[in-house]
Design a protein around this ligand. Sequence first.
Ligand code: B3K
Ligand code: ZN
Length: 877
Amino acid sequence: PGTIYLKDYQQPNYWISETHLRFELADSDTVVRSRLSMQRRDGVAEGAELVLHGVELTLLSLLVNGVDVDQSQYSVDEQTLTIRGLPAQFELECVTQIQPQDNTSLEGLYQSRTMFCTQCEAEGFRKITYYLDRPDVMSVFTTTVVADKAKYPLLLSNGNPVDRGDLADGQHFVTWQDPFKKPAYLFAVVAADLALVEDSFTTMSGREVSLQLFVEPKDLDKCDHAMLSLKNAMRWDETTYGREYDLGIYMIVAVDDFNMGAMENKGLNIFNTSCVLAEQKTTTDAAFQRVEGVVAHEYFHNWSGNRVTCRDWFQLSLKEGFTVYRDAEFSADMNSPTVKRVEEVQLLRSAQFAEDAGPMAHPIRPASFIEISNFYTLTIYEKGAEVVRMIANLLGEDLFRQGTDLYFDRFDGQAVTTDDFVACMAEVSGQDFSQFQHWYDQAGTPQLDVSGEYNAADKTYTLSVSQSCPATPGQADKPVFLIPMATALVGRDGLLPLTLNGVDCGEETVLAVDQQSQQFVFENVTEAPVPSLLRNFSAPVKLRFDYSREQLLMLAARDNDGFCRWDAMQQLAVQIINEQAVAWRQGEAISVDSSLLTAIRALLGDAEANDKAMVAMMMSLPSLAYLIELSQQADIEALQAAREKVRLAIAVELQSLLLDCYHSNVSTDEYRPDATQIAQRSLKNACLSYLSLLPDQSAIELLQQQYQQADNMTDTMAALSAMVNSDGPNAASAKQDMLDDFYHRWQQEALVVNQWLQVQAGCGLAGGLDRVKALMQHPAFDIKNPNKVRSVVAVFCAQNAINFHHSDGSGYQFLAEQVIRLNELNPQIAARIITPLTKWRRFAPAQADNMQAALKQIMAAPNLSSDVYEVVSKSLT
Ligand code: B3K
Ligand code: ZN
C-alpha cells in the first residue's frame, strides 16, 4: 500500500454535476446502474483520462453518450476504471454487480441482520459503483431503490421521496431526490422492515420538518431521548450559530452492525443502535449522554460537514474538530459544563496524549496517510475540537460567531480547507493566526514548564514559562506554538486582582505563551499566591508546576475554576499513588499520606453544598490509563497495586462518611437522566465503589441490595461492576449469581448484554484472559458484530491494562490472533484494536519485546489490509 500526500493534491480532470443511481437489491448479485453527467474541468487538456475509483465490483456494461465504450478505450484494475478519448461533456452509464450479503467490512453496501444499509465515509462509495469517490466532487443525486416489497417495505435514500410504485414479482421501488450537492461519502441507502417513530420540528423561519426514527419494533420504547435530543440540537444550532435545517425530512435509522457511532449522511443518518436507543431500565446515564451528544453531533454536521465539506481527507478535522466542539458546547449547555469539561480532559489526557506520543502521531491536519480510515482519531476529533475552542476563546463569543457566519456563508456548497476556516477567523477579528497555524501542522503534545516567584518587597509575582514539544514521526524540531494559558492567582481569601504591565486585568487573564521561554510579572500582589494555571484547560498541553501538597489542597478547596479544583485533586492523588508505587517495588509498606484523605473528607463533609458530580469526580482517583501515560516507563503492576492500596485506605478511613453520603443520595424520585439526578447517582455510586472494597459481608450485602432495588441501569451496573471486581472471600458465589441473574434477565437486549460483556472483560482481577476467552465462546459473542468485538476484545486490551500486560505476554499474543482474524473480516475494526500494542516503547524491555513480537506476527500474516498494514508498519519503525 502506498502513501498519499497532501502536497500532491490536485483537482480531478472531470466533474460530476448529476448522479442518477438505481439499486436492484437482491439476496445475491445486487445490480447498481449509474448515469453520471460529467464535464471536463476548465484548463484540462482534451483527451485527458478519466480515472474512476472502484473496488470489488463486477463491471457489466459501460456506455458514453448511450454508446458502448470500446474495449480499447478503457481498462480496469483492482482499484480503478480508466477511460480514454472522452469529449468535454458526456453522460457515462455504468452497470455493476456487487455482493452486499458477503460484505463483512461494513463499508459500502452491506447487510445488517435483515436490512440493507450503506456506510460510504470515507471511501466506501467505490465499493458500490465506479465513481470519483473524493469529497471535492460534489453532485446532485437522484436514487431509485428496488427491492422485494414484503421483505423490505422501507426503501430510503437522501433527500425527498419523489416517486414510488409496485413492480412485477412482488418488487417495489422508491425514487429519492436530494437537491443539495454532495460528495459521495454522504450518500446513503437503506432497505428494511422497521418501525417508525415520528415527530416534527418547526424551524426558525417557520418551516415544518418531519423527524423520523426507524428502529426494530421491540425498541419503540427507547426512542424518546434521541428524539428530544434531536429537537434540542436543532433549536440550539439556530440560536447559537443561526443555522437552520434545510430539508423537509430528517431520518435516523438504527442498525446493529456498524463500525462506529453514527454517520451524518445528508437527511438520512445511520446510527449504531448504541448511540440512539435509550431507556431508563436498559441504559446508563453515561449512555444517555452519549446518545444526546452523538445525535447532536450528526445533526450539527449538516452545516459543518455537509453544506460546507472537506476538499480532501487531510482536511478531516475541518468538519470533525469543529463539529465535536459544537456538540461539546451543546452538551455543556444541556448538562453540567464543568463535568463535561473534566470528561473531555480525561479523554485527552488518558488517550489522545498517548496517541500523540506514539508511532501513529499526526497533526490535526496530517501531511500524509496510507489508509484514511486510520485517521478517524482522537487527535482529529478531540484535539481538533480543542484547537477550535482555542480559536473561539481567542476571538470571544461575538467575533467567533461573526467568523462562523462568514465561513458558512462564504463556503456554502463548497469543499474547503482548514486554512479557509482559519482565514475567516483572521478576517473578522484582524488577529494574526500565523503562529497559531502550527496547531494544524505539528503533532505532539506541547509541554509548559512553569515556575513562580513572589517578591514581597516589590509585591510582584513572576511566572516563568517555557514550552517544548517532543519529536514525533517526521517532525524532529518544531517552531514554538501560541498557547493561551488562562491564569489566576489564588490568595487566602479567594482570587487576587491582577495587574500586568500597569494594566488591570480583572481576576483572570489569558497569557499568550508564544516564545520558547518568557516571564510574566504580576504587580501589586499583596500576598504570596498559589497560581491557578491553564484554567478550564485553556490549551491541550501538559503543564508542570511544582506544587506542594499544601498548595494543591488550597487549590482544591478555594479555586473557583472547576477544572483546576479537580486537577489539583488529581495531582495530589498522582503524587501519593506514585510514592506508594515506589514503596511497593521496594517491598516496603508505607502509610497513605493523609492529605488526600483530608481533602476527600472535606469534600464529603460539604457534598450538599457542592456540585455532586464534581465531588464524585474529585474523590475518584486518576485512572490506571492516565497513571501509565504519566510514567516514562510504566510499571503497571506497581501502579495498580498502589492505586488499589490508596483506594482501600480511603474506604477504610472514611467508611462512615462514605456510608452516610451513600444513604443520603439514595433517591426515590422518578428517574430522569438530567444533570441533577445524574450528579446524585454518580456521587452515590462513587461512594459505593469505595465501600465495596471493605473486606466484610456488609459490603456484599450493600451491592446486592442496590442491585435488587435499582430501577435504572446506572445503579444496576454500578452494583454489578463493583461486585464483579470484588475479590473478598465470600464474593465468588455472590458474583456468579449476580452475573447469571443479569444475563437471564437481559439476554434479549443486545445493548444490555454488551454491558454484561464489558464489565467482565474489564475486570482487573487475576485470570482476565481466560475469562475473555470464555466470553468469546458464549452465544452472546459474535466476531462479525463490531459492538461485540469492542465490548470484549477492545475492552480487555485497552481498558484492562493489568491483565492485558500480563508478564507472560499472553495478552499480546491474544490480540495478535484477533487482529489477524479480523483483518480478513473487517479491516477497520482490526486496525483500531491494535492501538494498545502500538505503545510498546512505553514499557520495560521484557514487555516491550513481547509487544513487538506480537506486532511482527501480525505483519507476517497473509493479505494484510492497508488499514492493518499502516498501523503495524508504522509501529515497528
Ligand atoms: N463522520 C462519521 C465517521 C466516519 C468514519 C469512517 N471510517 C461519523 C462522525 O464523525 O460523525
Ligand atoms: Zn463527525
